[in-house]
Write a protein that binds this ligand. Structure first.
Ligand code: PMV
Length: 329
């Protein structure tokens, strides 16, 4: 038996931070994915062999384990496996699991949800549990609590379903557009912490209530216009709205000199739109640019030693296959 599964990452296109205070936000799945492979162990084993390729680590997980102590560095993952086992009463003996992700961790691209999603779907297929997408979404959402405290649910929903969502006041609606443009995701390399940035914005709001209200009103208009532009697949308008969204985030104070530098480079290369994505303070910038300008921007970023990838917005959420006679990696 060979099971292979994968799940996309995500990026927030419009409305970050203000979404915490009830304004809508738009996010989409991206075609950078996390992958899971599950096979039986080649010889009888009492353990699950869990290979975490991004960390060069292999854990030997006994069938009965406590999600603490020696597993502390991977506690989100281990807690998830612990709960999965308890809920579905499966045995982890004789199992080899390989996990890896093409998403950089802790950069606001949903890497934790994406890895959990690939793993959850892999286990679902391996143990023939027939879990629905909603079951898987709920499972991953619970797992995300360990990483993020109070996650919004955006990341797990996009990892499972792909496409676009409009999120407001805890409610999520699918945005029915086939827009699938390539975007640059540019990694500042500056670590960030969502919780700290949300706290920072809360303080801004408390000390500048009028200013915050004004910015919030503008962001609301941007998100509504972006929704229309996505439905019309209008990249020019989307780009302009991304720039405006970015300016508002700068007014909140969540940019960083490195992010400013990246945004300037993209503008110099004639981008349609460039913005911080997610919490800011570091993390990633996303950039929309006409196809014929892509190679020049790629060269420009490479020359300056700035890490980036070019990816498509994707409508493909969870994917997976189970073969009796497949060849593992
Ligand atoms: O950078 P991320 O993907 O963790 O996104 C944070 C988005 C915020 O709006 C800043 C916070 C939130 O919970 O919505």
């Amino acid at each position: 038996m060979l099971v292979k599964s994968s799940a996309p990452g995500k990026t927030i296109l419009f409305g970050e931070h203000f979404v915490v205070y009830g304004t809508p936000a738009i996010a989409c799945a991206i075609q950078k994915r996390s992958y899971c492979q599950i096979t039986p162990a080649p010889s009888p084993s009492k353990f699950m062999r869990l290979e975490l390729r991004n960390y060069n680590e292999t854990l030997q997980l006994p069938d009965v384990f406590e999600p603490r102590g020696e597993y502390e560095s991977f506690k989100g993952l281990i807690e998830f496996l612990y709960r999965f086992k308890g809920t579905y009463n499966v045995t982890f003996r004789n199992l080899q699991v390989i996990l890896h992700s093409d998403l950089p961790p802790a950069m606001g691209l949903g890497s934790s949800a994406s890895i959990l999603a690939a793993l959850a779907h892999g286990l679902n297929l391996y143990f023939k549990l027939n879990l629905s997408l909603q079951d898987l979404n709920d499972l991953i959402f619970q797992g995300e609590h360990v990483y993020h405290g109070t996650p919004s649910g955006i990341d797990n929903t996009l990892c499972v379903n792909g496409g676009f969502i409009l999120y407001q006041g805890g409610k999520m609606a699918t945005l029915d557009t086939q827009y699938d443009k390539q975007i640059f995701v540019i990694n500042s390399g500056v670590p960030r912490n969502t919780r700290a940035m949300v706290e920072f914005v809360y303080k801004f709001k408390e000390s500048n209530p009028q200013k915050f209200k004004q910015l919030q009103g503008r962001m609301e208009e941007i998100v509504q216009s972006a929704k229309t532009a996505l439905l019309k697949q209008d990249s020019t308008v989307l780009g302009e709205l991304m720039n405006q969204n970015h300016q508002i985030l700068c007014s909140l104070g969540v940019s960083h000199p490195k992010l400013d530098q990246i945004v300037k480079i993209c503008n110099d290369y004639g981008a349609l739109g460039t913005k911080i994505t997610g919490a800011g303070g570091g993390g990633c910038v996303i950039c929309l640019i006409e196809d014929d300008r892509i190679p020049a921007l790629q060269r420009g970023l490479t020359e300056k030693g700035i890490a980036f990838f070019l990816t498509n917005i994707t409508h493909t959420g969870l994917q997976g296959s189970a073969n009796q006679n497949g060849t593992p990696e």
